[in-house]
Design a protein around this ligand. Sequence first.
Ligand code: AMP
Length: 329
Amino acid sequence: MKKILTGLKPTGDLTLGNYIGSIKQMIKLQDEYDSYIFVADLHALTIPQDPKELNERIRKFIAMYIACGIDPNKNTIYLQSENEFIPAISYLLECSTYYGEASRMIQFKEKSKQNANFSVGLLTYPVLMAADILYCDADFVPVGIDQKQHVELARNIAERFNNKYGEVFKLPEPLISSTGVKIKDLKDPTKKMSKSEENPAGVISMFDTKEEIEKKILKATTDSDNMVKYDPENKPGISNLLNIASSITNTEIKDLELKYKDFGYGDFKKDVASIVSNHIAEIQDKYNNIINDEKLDKILDDGIKKSRELAKEKYDDMKKILGIVRFEI
Ligand code: AMP
């Protein structure tokens, strides 16, 4: 079975956009691949974080992913920071990474422009990401287009290392979802629903109450022609609500258009509001059962054990091949 690996950066709140655009895809992939999922808590530190908030979010993230349907029996789930071999591998990889190629990463260029006092971690985190991917011989890394360059960097570093020292790493490939639908902001449906958005009225958090969710959907921006039709260009608000309903109910858009053909926008929104709020409430029920359960620790203990064993093996191989061992190689 081919291996895939996904890192979840515990910053901001998980949104309906994350759920539909990412978590639901991961749930599909868990049946086809040997799947590794980790909380990228070290990556969160590339920009300043409040320690207490970050700490709370780590457990919340994992519990919410499991509540959404990520199956601990089908996934190896762990916290990145609990595997001390990963940063150690990252350092060894840094010594095979050119400063030029790291500083050419688009995300580094953009984020370093936003704040003159950026950390060295902002420059080196793609190498840490390479370590995340390469230690466990991941075949595929599902990423958005914005992270594709980082997977390519991991592949380039691996190839360079292999060519110089011998076959140590499998060469990973990015897995770009072609079908993934983008969920739009409810207040401004021309832009993506994002956890960093300042106006919460356009963003549904997976932790919102039923009332909050319903209110946000009822107040979603639409056009004025009162016809429920899928037309992202001219009717971005209605099309966004159709996308949301389609994904949650696993119904084709054309069937939804048929279902709602005699509905005005008010009734359509009421129906979508109830579909979304009920669905998220069910997920939250599961979340509440998991968040303080010892089983969550058992899942993370099992995950980190497996992850550490693999990483230690890779680190020892690397050290040996590099000559940094006390015995003669
Ligand atoms: P982010 O929350 O931006 O770090 O994104 C994490 C993952 O969720 C990525 O795979 C994104 O593509 C996905 N994602 C985030 N927001 C949306 C959205 N509004 N619609 C679809 N997918 C999203």
